[in-house]
Ligand binder design. Sequence first.
Ligand SMILES: Cc1cc2nc3c(=O)[nH]c(=O)nc-3n(C[C@H](O)[C@H](O)[C@H](O)COP(=O)(O)OP(=O)(O)OC[C@H]3O[C@@H](n4cnc5c(N)ncnc54)[C@H](O)[C@@H]3O)c2cc1C
Length: 393
Amino acid sequence: MPWEPLTDEQLEIRDLVRTIARERVAPRAAEIDESHEFPWDVVELFREHGIFGLLFDEEHGGTGTGTLLALIAIEEVSKVCATSGLILAVQELGSLGLKLAGTAEQKARFLPSLVSGEVLAAYALTEAGSGSDSAAMGTTARRDGDEYVLDGSKRFITNAAVAGLYTVFAKTDPQAGHSGISAFVVESGTSGFEVARLEPKMGIAGSTTGELTFDGARIPATNLLGDEGEGFRIAMRVLDRSRPGVAAQGLGIAQGATDYALEYARTRETMGKPIAEHQLIAGKLADMETRCEAARGLLYRFGRMVDDGADDTELTKASAMAKLYCTDAAMDVTTEAVQILGGYGYIKEYPVERMMRDAKITQIYEGTNEIQRLVIAREMLKESRAFLLAGLA
Ligand SMILES: Cc1cc2nc3c(=O)[nH]c(=O)nc-3n(C[C@H](O)[C@H](O)[C@H](O)COP(=O)(O)OP(=O)(O)OC[C@H]3O[C@@H](n4cnc5c(N)ncnc54)[C@H](O)[C@@H]3O)c2cc1C
């Protein structure tokens, strides 16, 4: 029996997702990329098989199978189609504000339709003038009786126009910096809230990325998440738990590209033998496989930490390291996969070209990899390692 760290239950669910991904999603991946159309059929497939439920606790109607398995599901789907893997990752991203800071009433009101996938979620933090520096946002929310009135805009929001529920961050006290930010649940169809445009982009072509505008948009005060002023903390807590979803997407892309390049290298012959037997190509395959396995180690460790109830303060660095390593691996590994296929790697008939374009975004969104490095170093500086200096004058 091969060594296997997952339990029988985890293996069963992983294999179910793997089979659905290979048999139903993979044949659609090139078309989704080509058409730039949001794959509602994939959403329907996930709904039918209860895949969205993997992201939620049993008390809210989910499977309660934990974070590790949710990450594995994103990885498995992303091996064949990064746009489809992102549907799961963003369902988690857009739901986490409610899970972490929602009241029992808010959870009961909003979570069931997210668990079934009937409603898709989105997370709206970035603005045209504030990406990495999210505290510089300009969108405001003013209390007016039983409502808040939102004004401003958000840029680059995944699931724009397809989501039914948006976690939106806005300033309730514009003079107060980080502590003036609050978090809200905004439903599509709210008057004064519109999707102004969708962006054409390099990769993840079937995913929508759009600009949201709020022009006197009125939402019930009961849609405030946590207290006024808690929004920045909520945004960061969400990102600590959601970034590994992007890491899982990156790892899936990297492993998918490695698997494809391996099979290609086995059969493509030059100078009388398969290219896999030329040492320079064999070395690339070995490096790609090793990067994927190292990335998986960091990612699964994060999943286990959450499932074992690790403290929030421990998650920040583990999450940033998983995101950084898995997504840098995705870019490096897919670039090498294209190289292994030679000229064929560069043309659209072969999937590694799409995988390389899809990989790039994983280094950018949910905090660029430069920001991940800052986060990791900041957490390191909080740690005491003085014992290493013991004995030095
Ligand atoms: C396809 C797509 C989907 C997205 N989905 C979402 C979404 O669903 N929700 C959402 O809120 N946002 C989303 N984003 C936004 C994304 O998270 C931001 O684009 C990203 O955080 C970077 O912000 P920015 O584009 O403003 O770049 P900037 O912050 O302007 O950064 C530009 C460059 O400077 C670097 N940099 C910035 N500050 C520092 C620093 N202090 N030290 C070192 N380097 C630094 C950055 O790493 C980057 O290389 C999405 C973006 C894209 C392209």
